[in-house]
Design a binder for this molecule. Structure first.
Ligand code: SF4
Length: 331
């Protein structure tokens, strides 16, 4: 059977950001230094493939610290890249646990900005998605009642603060740049004295991935975002692809999920990956299309990223090899 022609526009940057890379490295290095089990509170990054890969190496994922058995108290527990409320390290200390914090430095920066607003006497408005671990972590940096969460323009329209002249905002790092700008504009229109954070909260990786998808989407019959349904930045990329002109956009975790009958005879396919999606899965999806189409790969690159975050001090002397990370990066 002859294969139909297919142009694949592969976005760059895509996939792992410096914060996710660092979080995975921390677990891998902790396993090398302290041996299994290494406990991880919450999915280290929102990706099943990564979680299962780390489980295979000896990581044990828990939702709360009380799930760690008393006889393993000496083993480290790693906090996920999304950040944790202040009560979590405090609880770990109370339980005499040894913890390694894998919170992305850019999330920690948002925590600091929120604390700065509060120090300056402002009520903090956090723009983000209710229930997301990053939002729970950011809200948990300040006492109860010090932060109000706003998700949408409608909520910004109806927000009724007690002191409208004394507000400061921060945002979740992985939001849609466009939607967030609309929420901020509405808040600024209603509360002209609203103070911005000293630096943008939406991180470079979120912005770059959205820009690359936006540039590649026009003319695509289908846009695939590799990522998990609970990954906020991946879901935003699906929305960006649709808005920017792709005829359809879907979120895919593994190649086995692809329904080629439903996909049919497409001519141009866009591919990108959320910040927590490993490159091995991107490759797996490209290969699945190559098996069925006469595919030509085009790199749709809009930025080059050089960010790199150091792992925790306790692990900096450890050697990390290409083989150690091969389960996510391929070789
Ligand atoms: S998406 Fe941004 S904030 Fe989140 S881990 Fe990556 S670099 Fe850090």
């Amino acid at each position: 059977m002859t294969k139909g022609p297919l142009t694949i526009r592969l976005c760059g940057p895509r996939g792992f950001c410096a914060g996710v890379d660092r979080a995975i490295q921390i677990v891998v290095l902790a396993l090398k230094r302290y041996g299994a089990p290494v406990y991880v509170r919450h999915e280290i990054v929102h990706n099943r493939y990564v979680v299962e890969g780390l489980e295979a190496l000896g990581a044990v994922f828990v939702e709360e610290l009380d799930e760690i058995p008393a006889e393993h108290r000496e083993q480290p527990v790693v906090f996920s890249a999304h950040g944790v409320p202040k009560s979590v390290p405090a609880d770990a200390e109370k339980r005499n646990l040894f913890y390694l914090d894998a919170t992305c430095p850019l999330v920690s920066k948002v925590h600091k900005q929120a604390m700065r607003h509060q120090r300056l006497g402002r009520h903090v408005v956090l723009i983000g998605h209710a229930g997301h671990p990053e939002v729970i972590g950011t809200m948990g940096q300040l006492p109860e009642g010090a932060v109000s969460l706003i998700e949408t323009v409608e909520e910004a329209e109806n927000y009724a603060p007690t002191d409208p002249d004394n507000l400061g905002y921060v945002t979740q790092t992985t939001l849609s740049v466009e939607d967030t700008a609309a929420v901020i504009a509405k808040l600024q229109e209603r509360f002209p004295k609203l103070m911005a954070p000293a630096a943008d909260s939406i991180c470079y990786a979120t912005t770059n991935r959205q820009e690359a998808v936006s540039a590649a989407a026009p003319g695509c019959d289908l846009f695939i975002i590799v990522g998990a349904p609970n990954s906020s930045n991946s879901r935003r990329l699906v929305e960006v692809a649709r808005r920017a002109g792709a005829s359809d956009a879907i979120l895919v975790q593994r190649a086995t999920e692809l329904d080629f009958e439903a996909i049919g005879n497409i001519g141009t396919l866009g591919i990108s990956a959320g910040a927590s999606a490993p490159e091995v899965v991107v490759n797996e999806i490209i290969e699945a299309f190559r098996a069925r189409f006469d595919a030509r790969l085009e790199l749709a690159e809009t930025a080059i990223e050089n960010e790199h975050f150091l792992v925790n001090r306790e692990l900096r002397d450890m050697e990390l090899t290409v083989e150690d990370m091969a389960f996510v990066n391929g070789r």
